[in-house]
Design a protein. Sequence first.
Length: 176
Amino acid sequence: MSWRPTYRSSKFRNVYGKVGNREHCFDGIPITKNVHDNHFCAVNAKFLAIVTESAGGGSFLVIPVTQSGRLDPHYPKVCGHQGNVLDIKWNPFIENIVASCSEDSSVRIWEIPEGGLKRNMTEAVLELYGHSRRVGLIEWHPTTSGILFSAECKSTNSLRWMDRHYINPLRDWKSG
């Protein structure tokens, strides 16, 4: 009878991480402390979006992934919300479209120019209102283009259909 240890040995026991070079990292980004349970960044094939610390409203940076190094403190931001930005998500079908939600109970859809931001962006392509409290979560539908889920931090959730010209809620429901 052969003896076997009672634990499994890992396939990755001899794998070690390596710190990236400074020229391949982003530096000088004031990351927010107000995202609660959500992510403070979102990435797609073209851009990196990061929720930043700001006074007087919410904003986030959109940086091309080809750019790296130290960011200028006056780098252009997306700053159209009145409250802190709580979540950001890229559209899985259109790489230049990003959605953001905020403590001001709004969801906004932004279209980022092809080369990235050259100046601050304050005008959203679409603005969704209808929540009565802060919106803490947004999520694009993974297989159907144009459907966005948004959820309040308290008791009401809404599923909304996004079109370029208008927004129609597909379904609103209350939980609890």
